[in-house]
Structures are given as C-alpha cells and as structure tokens.
Design a protein around this ligand. Structure first.
Ligand code: BGC
Length: 441
C-alpha cells in the first residue's frame, strides 16, 4: 500500500476527473440550448429533437387499452384501464426476458418475440380473439416519427443490435409479426418513447407537468414545445403544443475523461450516446469497474490476484454500486473475503464519485430544458422522473436537487422533480386513448 500522501493524491485526482462544477453546468446549458435549436431546425445536432405527434392529455381520456413495452432487457405486455378522472389501473401485466440471442439476432426474430408475447398475454388473460383491441407500442429507442402510429428507428441504443431494424418503420415490423402469428384483432394505434409515456402519465393528473425524464438503463427526456418553435415541423404551422423527444443520451458536447473514453471504446456504438454513458444505469457500474481495475493495477486497492474477479466487462452493475452506496460491502457481493476497511470505504467513495457526476449532469440537463421553455423561471414546472437511479440510488436525487439549487438559488423551488412510476405502461395507454379520441364528453 502506498503512503498516505500518495493515496490522498490518487483520490483527489480521481475526484477532479469526475468533478462537474457549477461552471461546467453553466457551459453545458449554453451548449444544450445551441444543440436544441439546431435539432429543432433539422440541422446537424447531437440532440435529435424528435416531434412525437401527440400532446398532453386532458385527463378525460377513458377506455381499456393494451400496451407493449420494449425498452431494455424486459418486454412487458399490459392491459390498462383509464377512468377519465385521472385514474389509471394496470389490470394485467406479463413480463418476458429478452434473450441475448434475440437482442443481437435478426430483427424479424425480435419482432416475432414481441408478437409471441402479445399472443401469450391474450391467451392467458382470456381475451376474445375476435374482438378488436387497440395496442400502444412503447419503443424506447430513437425513432423519427411521421405520424403517431409510425416511426423509423434511427439507431439502436442500450446494447441492442438486432439486424435489419435501423432505418425501418417499427410499427410496420410489429404489425407484420402479428400477422405472422395470425393475430388479426390487434391494431397498433400509437407508437411512443418511454419519456412520452411518463409525461402523459404525470400530466394526466398534473397540468403543470411539462417535462419528463428517464433515469434507468438508458436516459432521455421529452418536453412540451410550441409547434411554431419546431422549425423542421412541416405540419400545419399553427400555434399548438407538441411533445418533443430530445434523445438527450446522445448529447456530445461534454468532456470525457480517460475512463469515459475506455468505456466508450468497448461499446457497440462507439462515439454515440456520450451523455448516456456518463449518466445511465447501464454504464455507471462499468465506470466503477474500470476505476477499480486501475486502482488494483496501481497498487492502491485490494490485491493484484483479485483483479480477475472484475476482469469481465460489466461485471459490476449499477445495482452493485447502488448497494455499496447504501453501505453494503460490494466486495462481499463478489465473494471476496479479508477485504480491509480501507478497501470497503474506497468502494463506497467510488460509487459516490461516479453517481454524483451522473446526477449533476442529469440535473443540469433538466435545467437546460426548463430554461429553454421558460428562461426567467416564471412558472412552476413539474418534471416527471422515472427510473431506478432516481428512485433507488442513495443520494442521486439529492445531488440533482443540489445542482438546481446552485444554478437557480431560491427559484429552484419552481422546479419539482416528481416520481412517475410506470410511465411506459400507463402512459402508452393514455397515448392510445388520445389517438382514439375516447374521452368523457
Ligand atoms: C433511448 C431513448 C430512451 C432512453 C430511456 C435511450 O437509450 O435512446 O429513446 O428514452 O434510453 O429508456
């Protein structure tokens, strides 16, 4: 083990590599606004700013809808009932784990897997196969929509690589797969990103909700924009609102450190989703693993022979890290015995360093979108947030609030971060209801 002074230096250099100060936050906001402007104008930008052809619900929507939710390693099929009074109830839900072979195989196999999920759900819950059902498809990847029920996948994220899907209309692919399974009574009436579902869910009961954020496996946000400000929007140029999906995970005007670069280099989408790779649940564990390996190599942590336990990419997950942040011994989770107190404390410290930067970047990205909508922070904004980082990672939401406070002082009170659980299921049903026009008169 090195001497104290050397150790102190190691830590302070790690802390400064991962620091994200108020000045960095201010710069990020300026760059974010520039990228948003370019994205809305249809110019080249790391923020795609995708119009979603839907606006917020009135709260009067009603009916029963099916939702299919593909966003990470799980597929869910749900039945949702809306009561037109802000109440939404999931009456049935089935989960299927997507095998790696399907995530990385042919697109047709992936969509057959989705159609199988729908078939099993209908059968298990006794649905009448001759009665018609509307299905909303939550597809949480960057999609360029041309209508509420069609959209082209721009590129995969979150480790998906299924071939032959990028550049194709995912609603058509799903409809074709349903036909292959002989499911003729289900029509895909709406396509939505999970951010849109989350915004719909919260704004079904809270009219001041004009933005939503996902902080889970991936990260992203959407907000309510005036169609006049969407320069690339070619629909009627009247003055109404439309939700825009930022696809902020791809924001790239942010400085990467050596660990970020090493992580990026080993991904299937090098150079893309830079912000996501610094912020989201898919990657925080991996950043910590790279730091731990580096520290072992430099003789500041554990023993050299322990290295092999952490050799495999993504061996440390964000859940491990979150438990370490909550005080659990991360090394015991890997079966390591005789670990010193110093090692254990180091693991906790690493989990704080990595997650603090993530939370401060996420908070600043929220600040960017809110000040784009309301530069002087004159109105109250509810931001619906879904995802395990925000809900479960110790200290994450506090770090987000801290940076808002540093940026806006007392006016930060105008921004309320509010959990919106299961936006991707319930929200999809609300979108299907808005699309069908079914609402209490
Ligand atoms: C996707 C977004 C999605 C986010 C959260 C990102 O990887 O590109 O479309 O909203 O993950 O699920």
């Amino acid at each position: 083990m090195k001497c104290d002074a050397q150790t102190r230096e190691e830590w302070s250099s790690l802390e400064s590599l991962f620091s994200f100060a108020r000045m960095d936050a201010r710069n990020l906001i300026t760059c974010f606004h520039e990228e948003m402007k370019r994205g809305l104008a249809g110019e080249s930008s790391s923020l795609k700013m995708l119009p979603c052809f839907v606006n917020r619900p009135t709260g009067l929507e009603e009916g029963s809808f099916l939702a299919l939710d593909l966003g990470g390693t799980n597929l869910r099929v749900l039945a949702v009932e809306l009561d037109s009074r802000g109440g939404a109830n999931i009456s049935a839900v089935d989960r299927f784990i997507i095998p790696a072979s399907v995530m990385h195989g042919r697109g047709e196999e992936l969509f057959d897997f989705l159609a199988d999920g729908v078939f099993l759900f209908l059968e298990k819950h006794g649905y009448n196969l001759h009665q018609h059902h509307d299905l909303a498809f939550t597809f949480s990847f960057p999609v360029e929509q041309s209508a509420l029920n069609s959209g082209i996948l721009l590129n995969w994220t979150k480790g998906f690589t299924a071939s032959g899907v990028e550049g194709k209309d995912v609603v058509t692919l799903l409809a074709e797969a349903l036909i292959r399974k002989n499911i003729k009574n289900v029509s895909v009436t709406a396509l939505a990103n999970d951010t849109i579902g989350t915004l719909m869910t919260k704004s079904y009961t809270d009219a001041s909700c004009d933005m939503s954020v996902i902080l889970g496996t991936g990260t992203n946000a959407c907000y309510s924009e005036n169609t006049r400000r969407i320069a690339k929007y070619t629909g009627s140029g009247d003055d109404r609102e439309m939700i825009v999906n930022l696809e902020w995970g791809n924001f790239d005007r942010i400085e990467m450190n050596s660990y970020d670069r090493a992580l990026d280099h080993a991904t299937r989408n090098i150079g893309r989703q830079r912000l996501e790779k610094m912020v989201s649940g898919m990657y925080l564990g991996e950043l910590a693993r790279l730091i731990i390996l580096d520290m072992i190599d430099r003789g500041c942590l554990l023993k050299k022979k322990d290295r092999q336990i952490f050799d495999r990419g993504y061996a440390i997950t964000t859940e491990h890290l979150s438990r370490a942040a909550g005080g659990e011994d991360i090394f015991a989770q890997f079966g390591l015995e005789n670990v010193t107190d110093y090692d254990r404390e180091a693991a906790v410290r690493i989990s704080h360093i990595v997650s603090k930067r993530a939370a401060r970047i996420a908070g600043t990205a929220i600040a960017s979108v809110i000040t784009w909508m309301d530069a002087g922070l004159e109105r109250h904004h509810t931001v619906a947030v879904d995802g395990s980082l925000f809900e479960k990672y110790p200290g994450f939401s506090t770090n987000m609030l801290n940076i808002l406070q540093e940026l806006f002082g007392d006016s930060a009170g105008k921004i309320a971060l509010s959990t919106a659980a299961d936006g991707s299921g319930i929200g999809a049903a609300i979108i299907a209801a808005v699309a069908s026009g079914r609402r209490r008169q």
